[in-house]
Design a protein around this ligand. Structure first.
Ligand code: PLP
Length: 311
């Protein structure tokens, strides 16, 4: 399914995603002055929609933008984008852009901006090549460091991604699937679009600083608690990662995916880990059973009943 078949809500209209654009004079373009979130819709249901909306609002508050639509409208617009696209499995992006302000981007006052809301649906994606879901991904610990939180707060879902993109070039040039970046202090952080985890001596460990706190990461903590696994956020070094018993990625784009190689060195015996496999299976089976699911149909019916009420 092609990305271009997606539907966007942009300029208060539903249009093909290929036609949706941000004006060159919106600092969302010239200054990356925008925050966003990405939510998956699977077989007519959003997953953990309220967690994503809460994170979106925390991101908005941090950069001082405010979506000009209510949360009920955001939920309904998202459901419309997926339904109009006709995707069974979709990723829905929601963005709040700074918008233009008097005086222009260079010298104007951003507090005077008219913030804008954009949403669009594209087909669901896997953050590493799909075939790696079975075989495990090859991750590259890059030389490029993650921009520190003191400069760009990575808990805010942002598009300031020069570090992630440079690291991606390093990974691809080395023949790996995706990079993982170290912090300026030398600890593992995350990769473009995913958090990372290792298993060591029965403990499930993930970094806790200088990263986006993924909604899938939160899900992994929940799955570990259910499975009686000890999971913790700790500082991890490159060596911890390379000497792990198992390792995996967590992301809206693919759920839980094994990592089987780091910088050309196999993790464990080089096959996807057993615990990783169990966590991934329970992630997908719980989702199929309706784990924190919001039915798109309910959101669209809400619109109908509200419209009916307005008549
Ligand atoms: N880290 C970064 C930089 C991301 O962009 C993402 C998601 O896009 C993640 C981690 C994973 O977050 P989530 O599980 O909410 O998809």
């Amino acid at each position: 399914m092609s990305e271009s078949k997606g539907i966007a809500y942009c300029g208060e209209k539903y249009i093909p995603v290929e036609k949706a654009s941000i004006p060159i004079l919106d600092p969302a373009f010239t200054k990356s002055d925008v925050v966003f979130d990405v939510i998956s819709a699977w077989d007519g249901k959003f997953f953990k929609l309220e967690d994503h909306l809460a994170r979106f609002h925390r991101s908005c508050d941090y950069i001082r933008v405010s979506p000009p639509v209510s949360d009920d409208e955001i939920r309904r617009i998202m459901a419309e984008c997926v339904t109009r696209s006709g995707f069974d499995h979709a990723a829905v992006y929601i963005l709040c852009t700074r918008g233009r302000y008097p005086g222009g981007t260079a010298t104007g006052d951003p507090r005077m901006a008219e913030n804008e809301f954009i949403a669009y649906a594209v087909p669901y994606y896997w953050i590493v090549p799909k075939e790696r879901v079975n075989t495990g991904a090859h991750i590259w610990i890059a030389d490029t460091r993650r921009a520190p939180d003191a400069a760009i707060n990575q808990r805010v879902k942002n598009y300031n991604r020069m570090d992630l993109t440079r690291a991606q070039f390093e990974a691809l040039d080395a023949g790996a699937d995706a990079p993982v970046l170290l912090s300026t202090e030398g600890f593992i952080t995350e990769g473009p679009g995913f958090n990372v985890w290792i298993l060591k001596n029965g403990k499930v460990l993930t970094p806790g600083e200088n990263l986006l706190e993924g909604i899938t990461r939160k899900s992994v903590f929940e799955l570990c608690a259910e499975a009686g696994l000890d999971a913790e956020a700790v500082d991890l070094t490159e060596d911890d990662f390379k000497n792990a018993d198992e390792a995996f990625i967590s992301s809206t784009g693919g759920g839980i995916i094994a990592i089987t190689m780091v910088n050309n060195k196999p993790i464990g015996n080089g096959a996807p880990g057993l615990t990783t496999g169990k966590l991934s299976d329970s992630y997908w089976s719980k989702r199929a059973e309706g784990w924190e699911a919001t039915a798109l149909a309910d959101l669209l019916n809400l619109e109908n009943s509200q419209a009916a009420g307005a008549d």
